[in-house]
Design a protein around this ligand. Structure first.
Ligand SMILES: O=c1[nH]cnc2c1ncn2[C@@H]1O[C@H](CO)[C@@H](O)[C@H]1O
Ligand SMILES: [Zn+2]
Length: 384
């Protein structure tokens, strides 16, 4: 089946994206134009869109999360006014719609957009307005997409309670939840307990970047101390899955094979079992992980073993600009390099929709009304 599952077919499939950074998906042409407008100096001087796009990709391709994150300086710099935030948010929605995304959660850290005098509220309102404008334009063009935002607090900073309060205040105006991001090592999520307590007191949703650059203690804290609804990445849960004398982490390619041929040869530790038993959604981002060194390659990415073990796996882009990716590209890479088929793509899409921070009835409507029928039609195409 996967032989005819071409990039074009995949492009036409509905997709659900839970983990996409607004400041990680700015169009390179927009970075170039806005940087010139505000006088922000960019690291490449040839003045071409291609040169800048390549600079982001290559700089992010360092094997280090810290260096990957340094590139955000140049997108955050051009997202400091109402007009610019509106434009970036609107273009994000249009780009996602063009990629076949039908539901997305776009995250960003309001505290990073105050350099030119905006308040936190003004930042959120400008992004919201841009998202709504993008939805309207995409719908008018026949590509309807629902986009909600997640407000991120930076884990090295100290504003998480304020940002959590902001997320609760704007929950009925398009903000679906909260997130913690930034360099992981040395900044455990438990530093932000007050924020999580506030969210729980108000029955609000949150996810935490955990188990990306740092391993099991980070995942354990995110779930058992903080109470996260989902895990951003979570890929290092495989440190707690034994294979032979070692773990999946030691030989992920062998683990992917073993998960298909003999799943019982993979033995889950207590934490790995807890994550699977309680159906914790994993927001997995293969290309980003290869760039930051969290995974060796697409073929050997643990997403395949975790999918075969029936974890609640979702597929995401993380940062479309830095990781030079899209949902179509993530899906196509798994089909071409990791043996995924149409059933797998439908499954991760449905998993993501089930795990969205959107009211249950709205999730169900997208699953029943949009996702299932489109995948059923695609499946017929393979069996005429
Ligand atoms: O993969 C990631 N891991 C941790 N932090 C990230 C990742 N991608 C982006 N950000 C951080 O999240 C901020 C808000 O969107 C970005 O500015 C970046 O610093
Ligand atoms: Zn991320």
């Amino acid at each position: 089946m996967s032989a005819s599952l071409t990039r074009e077919v995949i492009h036409g499939l509905p997709k659900v994206l839970l983990h996409d950074h607004l400041d990680g998906g700015v169009r390179p042409a927009t970075v170039l134009e806005l940087a010139a407008e505000i006088g922000h100096e960019l690291p490449v001087t040839d003045g071409t869109v291609e040169g800048l796009a390549e600079w982001f990709r290559a700089s992010a391709d360092s094997g280090s999360l810290v260096r990957y994150l340094e590139t955000f300086e140049h997108t955050v710099a051009v997202m400091q006014t109402r007009e610019h935030l509106f434009r970036v948010a609107k273009e994000c929605v249009l780009d996602l719609a063009a990629d076949g995304v039908v539901y997305a959660e776009s995250r960003y850290a309001p505290e990073q957009h105050l350099e030119r005098g905006l308040t936190l509220e003004e930042v959120v309102e400008a992004v919201n307005a841009g998202l709504r404008a993008g939805e309207a334009e995409a719908a008018a063009a026949g590509r309807p997409v629902v986009v909600r935002s997640l407000l991120t607090a930076m884990r090295h900073a100290a504003r998480s309670l304020e940002i959590a309060e902001l997320a609760v205040r704007y929950r009925d105006e398009g903000v679906a939840g909260f997130d913690i991001a930034g360099a992981e090592a040395g900044f455990p999520p438990s530093r932000h307990l007050a924020a999580f307590e506030h969210l729980k007191a108000h029955n609000a949703h949150f996810t935490i970047h955990a188990g990306e650059a740092f391993g099991l203690p980070s995942i354990w804290e995110a779930l058992q101390v903080c109470g996260a609804d989902r895990l951003g990445h979570g890929v290092r849960v495989v440190d707690d899955i034994a294979l032979g004398e070692g773990t999946v982490t030691d030989d992920p390619e062998a683990a992917n094979r073993a998960a298909v041929e003999d799943p019982s040869s993979l033995r889950l530790g207590r934490l790995a079992a807890y994550v699977r038993d309680t159906r914790v959604p994993l927001e997995m981002c293969p290309h980003s992980n290869v760039q930051t060194g969290a995974a060796p390659s697409i073929a050997a990415h643990p997403i395949t073993a975790l999918a075969r073990l029936r974890y609640r796996v979702t597929l995401n882009t993380d940062n479309r600009l830095m990781s030079d990716t899209s949902m179509t590209k993530e899906m196509t890479a798994l089909v071409e390099q990791a043996g995924w088929g149409l059933d797998d793509l439908r499954w991760v899409t449905t998993n993501a929709m089930k795990s969205a921070f959107l009211p249950f009835d709205e999730r169900l409507e997208l699953i029943e009304g949009t996702i299932k029928p489109a995948y059923a039609r695609a499946a017929e195409g393979f069996h005429p």
